[in-house]
Design a protein around this ligand. Structure first.
Ligand code: ZN
Length: 241
């Protein structure tokens, strides 16, 4: 079976469509979306529609959590606040009930899926260091956890009671080792590579693979300008920072 795992689309329809075309070519059997489908970008409703139509598992991200009013204002930075109130206006009425019931985490055999850290998923902690990963490993039982949230693709491996960060764009999970795999961001990458990012896991070949996909960044930026979204959010699509 081939699983495709996507996260942090952030209302970037151009990036999402490009990723979906690539996933089709990979012949994925299941698509899992780890949340933050909305927020920052210009197309929250069309992205929710496409995710609903194509994904087998859909999780809650902190941006969905904020849009439905469950995050306190102190937990949200100024730029995010502007885009959230804009997103809220776009989604009013019809889309809101579709976000409200999204689960915070899901599992499938020996795989676990969550938006941020497995440690209290509704606290939206980052897993960026081996120390943070060490704590996170204690809060799920499965062999591999896929997460997002930081928009930075990363692999942490736990073997012999020791967590290390693993480099590379693909790996074959070792039987004796547990993993936390950050699948990066479809719609707002922050690892100095502006291309959309997602991950496939081929369970037959036992291979995890990161994919980087070019998309029409200028078109997404143009839509954001027309929607008068913050300039910093428009600029960062180009730089991937
Ligand atoms: Zn995000």
């Amino acid at each position: 079976m081939v699983l495709a795992v996507i996260s942090d689309i952030h209302a970037n329809l151009e990036a999402l469509e490009a990723v979906m075309r690539d996933i089709e070519q990979c012949k994925a059997d299941k698509i899992i979306c780890l949340g933050d489908t909305v927020g920052y970008g210009p197309d929250p409703a069309p992205c929710l529609d496409l995710v609903e139509k194509t994904c087998d598992v859909r999780l809650m991200g902190n941006h969905e959590y904020a849009v439905i009013g469950k995050l306190s204002p102190q937990q949200i930075n100024r730029t995010a606040k502007i885009s959230l109130s804009w997103t809220h206006d776009q989604l009013a009425d019809t889309a809101m009930p579709r976000i409200t019931d999204l689960p915070l985490a899901a599992s499938m055999n020996d795989l676990y899926f969550v938006h941020a850290s497995p440690w209290e998923p509704d606290k939206w902690r980052y897993v960026l260091s081996p120390g943070e990963a060490d704590v996170a490993f204690k809060h799920f039982e499965q062999r591999v956890c896929f997460n997002g949230h930081s928009h930075i693709p990363m692999i942490f491996a736990l073997g012999d009671d020791h967590v290390r960060r693993q480099a590379g764009h693909s790996f074959q999970p070792n039987e004796e080792t547990r993993y936390i795999v950050n699948v990066g961001s479809v719609g707002q990458p922050r690892d100095n590579d502006p291309r959309a990012c997602y991950v496939t896991y081929d369970t037959t070949e036992d291979e995890v693979l990161f994919h980087r996909i070019e998309y029409d960044i200028a078109k997404a930026q143009h839509k954001m300008k027309q929607a008068e979204l913050p300039a910093m959010l428009i600029q960062r699509l180009q730089t991937g920072v």
